[in-house]
Design a protein around this ligand. Structure first.
Ligand code: HEM
Length: 510
């Protein structure tokens, strides 16, 4: 009896101590928050909250609402609390000051439908598993040494793009700029990842790949009732789960084939591959060997899916928007071409190292990122605990969106915000690398796009090559003033009608 009561007393003591600790840590966390008011926002309807206020282009709806409710506002979509920030100061608070607490993610219904949120570098919360995947990607794909080692590959793929354009120019044919730059980007990424060309300018298969990647982005980003009422997930009212399942399976099938071929090829090899000959998949497969593996084949497939979806369409879409803006603004195009001609000369070849000598071209790229950020709301973040932002309380589990599209067009930040004027960046230090919160197309902080070092090489190189080797005409008598700039929102922002233009050969490629 004595023993039982002794044990009982001991458990009672533990229970009271735990309660005290939990109570005091919760109090001290709450206590450290001065703010109690949540950010202002529009009135909510019963059950749906503010869903009715968001149209097909949420970045535009949020931009309009923020004119009334300010740079930080609360919205409620069904059961999902959302905070949208729309000023450089507020973006800085989210992406820098409170970056640690706001580095989690809010996976969408379609992402959950293929369990991608359990393994994905994009959708995992900030966690040891996510850190491992980031470390792997940064050291084997995006480190300065790896970027340098894959320079020749990028040059070759851009040369293939120029050759394709030259053929179209000979036939005086209009080219689908989005499709052609997508194939270039697809082949650059597929070669960096597993030394294979996935795209071909001559075949429709690459278009299939592009459509699949775009469908994945749309299934992730399009409004979905189940994101706001999770119990509706199984009904798949918007069909996003189905699209995601079909499209991801299409990509996984391609990856499975490549993985199996590589495993078979490595099995036949007598000596291990030299590290300088290894591609990313070689490294991943090495890590997947042995009993205590860090990665399974399934993890590898999901990582490849992330790299393709995050890397291809974002970069090629930026090239397309830049070309569309330049065709709409012929004087700006002429100025960019004159700069390149002056630096490269009449019979030159454009190399990545030339880009630093082309400040106007760099300004054109920045201006494109300002007006057409590939991910207009970044990728949704989530608060891991209650946190204070700009003096307001953002409760735990709130989804936090940074409207970089609206910040890029804010008249308080930019003069003539809707005009395409690269000159605004000349002589200014402002850059896209996550330190200037008025221009963060790649995000900032812990979750900043790890592909940034690759994207800032390839986008200007592709654009400079298109502008150096060719003059450009719009097809069928379309005049530049009439060129449409309509956008379609997925999680990325597309030109609704793909840009077609006719290349006219200017310099030969040697
Ligand atoms: C113009 C090109 C690109 C743009 C504008 C872009 C933009 C972005 C943005 C806005 C994010 C989210 C950042 C945040 O949450 O704060 C992101 C994340 C990511 N991007 Fe990019 N990206 C581009 C190219 C690439 C490339 C080429 C790759 C890889 C090949 C890539 C891989 C990723 C990955 C893996 C993530 C998720 C990182 C994480 O959640 O930890 N991106 N990107």
């Amino acid at each position: 009896m004595d023993i039982i009561s002794g044990q009982g007393l001991f458990f009672l003591f533990c229970f009271i101590t735990s309660c005290f600790l939990i109570f005091s840590t919760t109090r001290s966390r709450r206590g450290s928050l001065q703010a109690t008011a949540t950010p202002p926002g529009p009135p909510r309807l019963p059950i749906i909250g503010n869903i009715h206020l968001v149209g097909k282009n949420p970045h535009r709806s949020f931009a309009d609402l923020s004119k009334t409710y300010g740079p930080i506002m609360s919205l409620k979509f069904g059961s999902l609390n959302t905070v949208v920030v729309t000023s450089p100061e507020a973006a800085r608070e989210v992406l820098r000051t409170q970056d640690q607490i706001l580095s989690s993610r809010s996976p969408t219904n379609s992402i959950r439908s293929i369990n991608h949120h359990e393994v994905s570098i994009v959708w995992l919360p900030s966690s040891p598993r996510w850190r491992l995947l980031r470390k792997l990607s940064v050291s084997h794909l995006f480190s300065p040494q790896r970027i340098e080692a894959t320079k020749a590959l990028r040059m070759n793929k851009v040369k293939e793009l120029v050759n394709f354009m030259s053929e179209s120019s000979r036939r005086e044919e209009a080219v689908d700029i989005s499709c052609a730059s997508f194939i270039t980007m697809l082949n650059i990424i597929s070669n960096i990842l597993f030394s294979v060309d996935l795209g071909s300018y001559a075949s429709k298969i690459s278009n299939g790949f592009q459509d699949t990647v775009i469908s994945v982005m749309e299934a992730v980003g399009k409004p979905d009732a189940a994101n706001y009422f999770p119990f509706l997930g199984f009904l798949d009212l918007q069909g996003n789960r189905k699209t995601m399942n079909v499209c991801s399976e299409r990509l996984f099938r391609v990856f499975r084939g490549i993985i199996e071929a590589k495993i078979a090829e490595n099995a036949l090899r007598n000596n291990p591959k030299d590290i300088s000959d290894s591609d990313f998949l070689d490294v991943l497969l090495d890590l997947s060997k042995g009993d205590e593996t860090e990665l399974s084949i399934d993890d590898i497939k999901h990582l490849l899916l992330d790299m393709f979806t995050a890397g291809t369409d974002t970069s090629s879409g930026t090239v397309e928007w830049a070309m569309a803006e330049l065709l709409k603004n012929p004087k700006t195009m002429a100025k960019a071409q004159a700069e390149i001609d002056h630096v490269i000369g009449p019979n030159g070849i454009i190399e990545e190292s030339d880009i630093s000598k082309l400040p106007y071209l760099q300004a054109v790229v920045k201006e494109t990122f300002r007006l057409h950020p590939a991910a207009p709301l970044l990728i949704p973040r989530k608060a891991e605990s209650d946190v204070e932002v700009l003096g307001f309380m953002v409760p735990k589990d709130t989804q936090v969106l940074v409207n970089v599209w609206a910040i890029g067009r804010d008249p308080n930040v930019w003069e003539n915000p809707n005009r395409f004027e690269p000159e605004r960046f000349l002589g200014k230090e402002i850059d896209v690398k996550g330190r200037d919160y008025e221009l963060t197309p790649f995000g900032a902080g812990r979750r900043i796009c790890p592909g940034l070092p690759l994207a800032v090489k390839i986008v200007p190189l592709m654009l400079a090559s298109l502008l150096y080797y060719f003059d450009w005409k719009l097809p069928n008598g379309v005049v530049s003033e009439d060129l449409d700039m309509d956008e379609t929102f997925g999680i990325t922002l597309h030109k609704t009608n793909p840009l077609h233009a006719v290349p006219v050969k200017k310099h030969a490629l040697h």
